[in-house]
Structures are given as structure tokens and as C-alpha cells.
Design a protein. Structure first.
Length: 257
């Protein structure tokens, strides 16, 4: 999905962060500036469910976030004059609201904020009587979808590499006094590579406690080569579990895992 710039005789304004698919634009127009709108737990073809589904199908970043965090209970679209749309995702049980914008072809997901009192009242009104989990029509695998049972895999010999996540958690407690890593204004974490021993797998395990997030970091940072000193890596706020900076000591003690 790309941001499209439209020129006119008077001004140059940025278009919606949403897709401009003719099937999607009416949904955006219907939902914008209405405040929180609950996702249906029974019908995936209602406007908010359908909009979220369509946007997930065109954005791997958004689909990855929903798979990680789960389907929100409600969404809202805010649009100010001469500005881009903002998509808000509400998780009332955790009192969290995520604000999502798009820049340079990537989704910028802010660190969760608390739901405002006026939004809480609106959410109570639109969610009254709703039961179950919201459903959306999407080919993406979601965290809220129960996975089919599979027979346990045969036992294999222990592999020390699978212990990297546990190793990083232990080192995090040991090296907590190192200091915090840099954060952007959106709450994303910035790591600066200083050693040839650092790897994207190591960075994923250190900051997210899950090395399997390596592919998400590779895609978000558009990485196609081995990291070298001087490189910077952005860790999206919704993945960050550890804000302590990855130090040379931590790298040295985990490079063999």
C-alpha cells in the first residue's frame, strides 16, 4: 500500500492512510469521525469488521499487529481537515487504545495509551449486550482464532539455540542498570548496532524476548543484508518487552546461543 499525493491548483495534500479501493472508501466515509464503533461478534460483513479485514489483507504490518495483539473490540477513524486519517484500535479490557498511521509505506503504531473517559462512555454504549469475540473475514491467521489440534512432534535432541529467549530474559535482569534504549516520539524503540557480533535474531530476542520476531523486524526495517556497526534497527512499540539497551556485555554473553 502506498501513500498517494494528489496535486491541485490550490494545495498538495496527503491522501488517506487507508487503501483507496472503491469498495473500501465508502466504509471509511461511513465510519470517520463517528467515535468508537464496536466490531460485531456475529457478522463479519458489518462496516467496522469489513474495513479492518480489508486493511489487513493489504498490509502485512497491520496483520502482524492484530495477530500479535488480537482483534480489537472497537475501532474509530479520525480525520481532520488537510490531514491523513488515523485508525484507532480499542482494547477496553486492558484499557488500551492504539493509534495507527502510515508513513513511507509502513504502518506507524504508537505505544498504547489509556482510553479517555469520554471514549469509555462511548465504548460502553456501543458494546452494550455484545457477547463473544469480534470476528473478521480475513485470510490472516489471528491470535484469537483457535488453532486445530496437532499430534505432538517427536522428541528431538536439545538444541542450545532455542534457549536464546530465556538467556536474554536472564541477562535483562542482570544488566538492568545499563540504561534505556532510545525511543521515538511514537514509542518505537531504536537500537544502534555497535558490534559485528550482533545479529537481528539477537536483537529480536533481547528487546521482544522472542527471536521469532526476526522476520517482522526485517520487514519493518527493510533489511536485506547482515547487520554492520552503524546500522540502526527499529523495534515497533507493540513488540517491545525490554527497553534496556543491548550492551556489549549482553552481546558477548549471548553470541554463542
Amino acid at each position: 500500500m502506498r501513500i498517494i499525493f494528489v496535486a491541485s491548483a490550490v494545495f498538495l495534500s496527503r491522501c488517506s492512510i487507508m487503501s483507496t479501493d472503491p469498495d473500501t472508501q465508502p466504509l471509511i466515509d461511513r465510519l470517520k469521525n463517528r467515535g468508537p464503533v464496536a466490531l460485531s461478534t456475529q457478522n463479519p460483513f458489518l462496516s467496522p469488521n469489513l474495513l479492518l479485514s480489508k486493511e489487513m489483507e493489504t498490509s502485512d504490518d497491520l496483520a502482524e499487529f492484530i495477530r500479535h495483539r488480537g482483534i480489537p473490540r472497537a475501532i474509530a477513524i479520525e480525520k481532520q481537515l488537510f490531514s491523513a486519517f488515523t485508525l484507532l484500535l480499542y482494547y477496553p479490557q486492558a484499557n488500551e487504545r492504539y493509534s495507527i498511521e502510515q508513513a513511507d509505506g509502513a504502518w506507524i503504531i504508537s505505544e498504547p495509551a489509556s482510553i479517555r473517559p469520554d471514549e469509555s462512555e462511548a465504548l460502553l454504549a456501543v458494546m452494550r449486550g455484545a457477547q463473544g469475540v469480534p470476528i473478521i473475514k480475513s485470510g490472516k491467521e489471528l491470535a484469537t482464532v483457535e488453532k486445530p489440534f496437532r499430534s505432538p512432534a517427536p522428541a528431538v535432541a536439545p538444541n542450545p539455540r532455542i534457549n536464546l529467549n530465556q538467556r536474554m530474559k536472564s541477562l535483562h535482569l542482570k544488566l538492568a542498570s545499563v540504561g534505556a534504549a532510545e525511543l521515538t516520539s511514537k514509542g518505537d524503540l531504536v537500537h544502534y548496532v555497535t558490534s559485528t557480533d550482533e545479529s537481528l535474531r539477537m536483537i529480536a530476542a533481547w528487546y521482544t524476548f522472542d527471536e521469532s520476531n526476526i522476520e517482522t523486524l526485517r520487514r519493518v526495517n527493510k533489511l536485506s543484508k547482515t547487520l554492520t556497526p552503524g546500522d540502526s534497527v527499529i523495534i515497533p512499540s507493540y513488540l517491545v518487552k525490554n527497553k534496556t539497551r543491548l550492551s556489549e556485555e549482553a552481546v558477548s554473553e549471548s553470541k554463542d546461543y
